[in-house]
Design a protein around this ligand. Sequence first.
Ligand SMILES: O=C(O)CCC(=O)C1=CC=C[C@@H](O)[C@@H]1C(=O)O
Ligand SMILES: [Mg+2]
Length: 356
Amino acid sequence: MTVTGIAVHPYALPLVRPWAAARTTLHERRGQLLAVTGEDGITGWGDCAPLPSSGTDGHARAFEALADAARILKGREAAELLADGSELSPVPEVRWAIETALFDLEARREGVPLTRHLRSGAPSSVAINAALGPLDDGCAARAEAAAKTGFAVAKIKVGIGTVENELAGLRKVIKAAEGRLAFRLDANRAWCVADARRFLTAIADWPIDGVEEPLAEPTPDALATLQADLPFPLAADESLPVLGPDALLEAGAVRRFVVKPARLGGIRATLALAEKARAAGIELVLTSVVDSAVGVTAAAHLAASLAENAVHGLGTLGWLTRDVAEGPAIANGRLVLPAGAGLGLDVVACGEAFEG
Ligand SMILES: O=C(O)CCC(=O)C1=CC=C[C@@H](O)[C@@H]1C(=O)O
Ligand SMILES: [Mg+2]
């Protein structure tokens, strides 16, 4: 299938309320959708939404790289671009956008959902965590609501206040959930080793599903030392591409990898990492960088094909005031993949397109 048309659609999606984390607060998501059309008129979509605070390139560099890459796609064979190991772009989130569009195109042509294109027996839904945001005054109410709507795991941002205040806040939230939720905490590299140890030791007997990125200066050995004393998994998220999976695996640093395919550099890089994680017995949790429906749905298809029993982190679409497509439904703590071919989305691209 020859690629005959390329278009790029910029978008800006305000959030319903600020997304606060230890090192940043987000107010809107800005990105560009890539539309790749084949000679039969079928179009595949990808999402390029840099989030520098999460370790990606800045918007200007990423959008420039997307335009560069888009220029060389025209006239090439979609399947060959994916099969021959081409670099496609030096920028990870650009590779993610291009690969998503090409895989979407291929799956649409085949007439199957992307997840089944990747693995024929993949399920049509995945469990996800509720994304509760920071440990503020409203968090207990949000936890109660999440438990009522069927979530079993809820994710909370920590490392924003002091250790003592956050332990007190977390105790209240746990009480409000009345035993119906396990909590996934994300410190986004907030703590020195002593604070991390203080916090993690205090919660060792609480209903904790896991803790992401506890250390401000993580090394594989420092993480391994912490992990060895804990009953729940520590998870590498932003450290994963920085320290590298091999060093983390070798040190036995963490029991879980949180994978953001845009940050990791696309579908093929995620498939390769999943293989490594599986061989080492490391749990894989797929999530997004608070993407548009195109990015989140693509990551959800990958999640269903790669780790069907994990509780993933893809529950962020409700944080956007508007979107580029109607995203997947969430029912009973599960994200239900669209039944249509490819991503299964009808993309209503916002913003004026420019041609590649
Ligand atoms: O994993 C989730 O439940 C949602 C995504 C999410 O938490 C994040 C996305 C992007 C940046 C961060 O604030 C945060 C994370 O670090 O995991
Ligand atoms: Mg994280």
